[in-house]
Structures are given as structure tokens and as C-alpha cells.
Write a protein that binds this ligand. Structure first.
Ligand SMILES: Nc1ncnc2c1ncn2[C@@H]1O[C@H](COP(=O)(O)OP(=O)(O)OP(=O)(O)O)[C@@H](O)[C@H]1O
Ligand SMILES: [Mg+2]
Length: 293
């Protein structure tokens, strides 16, 4: 699939910004499964590309990969071939929409879900080799707190932890953050609250989690973005066409576009756009107060 949408002049600006620097590695993780990581990763990759970034999307849910399914791709090789030494990373890369490049994972291979540490190191080293030829390496990680997940998240420049407003997802997100924060070289960690009822709902979730983290772990966790529950998203998954392409004006698409701008540094974290569209004045939302003094 190749959807012809022109890259705009932001591409040149971004290229100039990143020239001579290695790319930014952003991982997407979650404590609980099924909270929307893969759909966020796929749509965010496209939203970033739309803003001029060169993106490599890595399916690091190595045992049960499905980035390729959400994108409607049928890749001949996966990261399993790389780990087995049969293909190089560049041979496994497949083109996606808006010139994003995808490193597909294998599905149904338990040995990939729990790689021998030496193989995991090899894979991370290989990925490092890609950093010079792209702006953003976006990693869709497996859910949970396993060593493999932690090694991907800790090898990143920034980690986005996805949670829904459900207490089970929030508790598991906290457990993952706790493990990450224990690590001396933990990268920046921010929350994305997915399937939120509205912005207030998302902000309440993020505020509670942030306060608990600050109290018990001595470190705040902020919110990078919020994505509303959007009935068009499951439809897009069924059609295997990412939401930001099939429904660019849908609420979740707009929220993901805002998140892309936050990650590229061209928009402060406020969610003002979404709040305004919902008719919820930000003043009532307490959204300016992140992190609280
Ligand atoms: N904002 C949203 N609105 C409505 N449905 C959503 C939203 N985000 C995700 N979903 C639905 O939630 C389901 C799970 O999404 P997804 O596969 O992206 O989660 P995941 O965190 O990657 O799961 P896993 O942990 O198994 O890898 C999908 O069926 C998707 O359609
Ligand atoms: Mg997933």
C-alpha cells in the first residue's frame, strides 16, 4: 500500500535539525496488553512522516507481532530472519505508507518472545546501525514487565507508556514505570492515555499516576498525549488501513497528530486543540498545571 500524500516543507526543516545527529529512538510500551500500543505506533509513525520525519517503525512485540497486519502489509521476512542470521535488517525492511519503513516482527514464535540475551544484544546493535539513516526509530514493544521489553524501553531516548483509564491498566502502567525508574539511566518516560472518554478523563488518570509516582518513586511522570475512544479505529483495523489515512479528521487521528507535534517539539503538551473541539475550556481542566509545583 502506498498512499500518495506529499511530504511538506517541514521535511527540510526537520532534516536540517537532525543533520549530523543520530536519530531519536522512541519506544511505546504498556503494563497491560491490548491498550492500543500497536495502533498508536502505526498511526503515530504516519503522523510523524506527514510532518516530514523519516520514520522506521520496529515491531518489537517479537513473539506476537502485528504491525504488518494493521498496515495491511505482507512482508516476506521478519526480525526472526535477522536474529537467525539469515537476513540483514535492511533486507527485512519493507516500505509502508508515506515512505515510512517497517521492520516486521514474527508471529507465533515463542523463542522470539524470550530471546537469549546475546541474541537480544545483537538485535539492539543491529538497530543502532539504522539510527544514522532515519530521523525517528519508533518501537512498538510487547506489553508487560519482562526483561526483553525492559531492554528495548531502556535502550530508547524516550518511552511512551500507554494506558487506558481502567484501573487495571493504570496499575500495570505504574508497575512498569516503577521498574524503569529503578534503572539508573532511565530515559524520559511519558504517558499516553488511550481510549479516554474526554480530555478531563485522560488528565485525571495522568495526574493521579503522576502524583503516585512522585510520592513513592520520587519522580514525576507527565502526559505526552491523550487519545479518545474512537469507534472508527476498530473499523480501520478491520479494513487494515491505518486510521490517520482512512479517517484523518476522526478524533483519535487528530489526537495522534497533536502527539506527533509534541514529539517533534512543535507543540507544547496541553491538548488544547482536542479540549477546544470538545468544548471543554482548558481552564476547567487543570491542564496547565503539569507537573504540579
Ligand atoms: N483509541 C481507541 N479507540 C477505540 N478502539 C481502540 C483505540 N485504541 C485501540 N483500540 C482497539 O483496541 C484493540 C487493541 O489495540 P492494539 O492491538 O493496538 O493494542 P496493543 O496494546 O498493541 O495490544 P498488545 O498488548 O496485545 O500488543 C484494537 O482492537 C483496537 O481497535
Ligand atoms: Mg500490540
Amino acid at each position: 500500500m502506498n498512499v500518495p500524500i506529499a511530504r511538506n516543507d517541514q521535511a527540510d526543516r526537520l532534516r536540517a535539525m537532525t543533520m549530523g545527529r543520530r536519530s531519536k529512538v522512541i519506544s511505546i510500551g504498556s503494563g497491560k496488553g491490548g491498550v492500543g500500543k500497536t495502533n498508536l505506533a502505526v498511526n503515530l509513525a504516519i503522523a510523524l512522516a506527514r510532518r516530514g520525519a523519516q520514520v522506521v517503525l520496529v515491531d518489537a512485540d517479537l513473539g506476537l507481532a502485528n504491525v504488518d497486519v494493521v498496515l495491511g502489509l505482507n512482508p516476506p521476512y521478519t526480525l526472526d530472519h535477522v536474529v537467525r542470521g539469515e537476513r540483514t535488517l535492511r533486507e527485512v525492511l519493507v516500505g509502508g505508507p508515506l515512505e515510512i519503513q517497517v521492520l516486521p516482527g514474527a508471529s507465533g514464535l515463542p523463542e522470539m518472545a524470550d530471546l537469549h540475551p546475546a541474541k537480544r544484544r545483537y538485535l539492539l546493535q543491529e538497530l543502532e546501525g539504522l539510527e544514522e539513516s532515519t530521523d525517528i526509530l519508533l518501537i512498538d514493544a510487547a506489553p508487560g514487565i519482562g526483561r526483553q521489553v525492559l531492554s528495548f524501553l531502556l535502550a530508547s531516548d524516550e518511552v511512551l507508556i500507554v494506558t487506558t483509564p481502567e484501573p487495571t491498566a493504570v496499575t500495570d502502567a505504574y508497575a512498569l514505570i516503577k521498574l524503569l525508574y529503578r534503572h539508573p539511566s532511565c530515559p524520559e518516560v511519558r504517558l499516553v492515555v488511550n481510549m479516554a472518554r474526554d480530555l478531563r478523563d485522560a488528565q485525571e488518570v495522568a495526574l493521579k499516576l503522576g502524583l503516585v509516582a512522585r510520592h513513592y518513586l520520587g519522580r514525576w511522570v507527565g502526559m505526552a498525549g491523550a487519545v479518545p475512544l474512537d469507534p472508527n479505529l476498530p473499523l480501520a483495523v478491520r479494513r487494515q488501513v491505518p486510521l490517520v489515512l482512512s479517517h484523518p479528521s476522526s478524533p483519535a487521528s487528530r489526537a495522534i497528530a497533536e502527539l506527533a507535534e509534541v514529539l517533534l517539539g512543535s507543540r507544547p503538551v496541553k491538548g488544547t486543540g482536542w479540549a477546544a473541539r470538545l468544548g471543554a475550556p482548558l481552564a476547567q481542566e487543570g491542564g496547565e498545571a503539569y507537573p504540579p509545583a
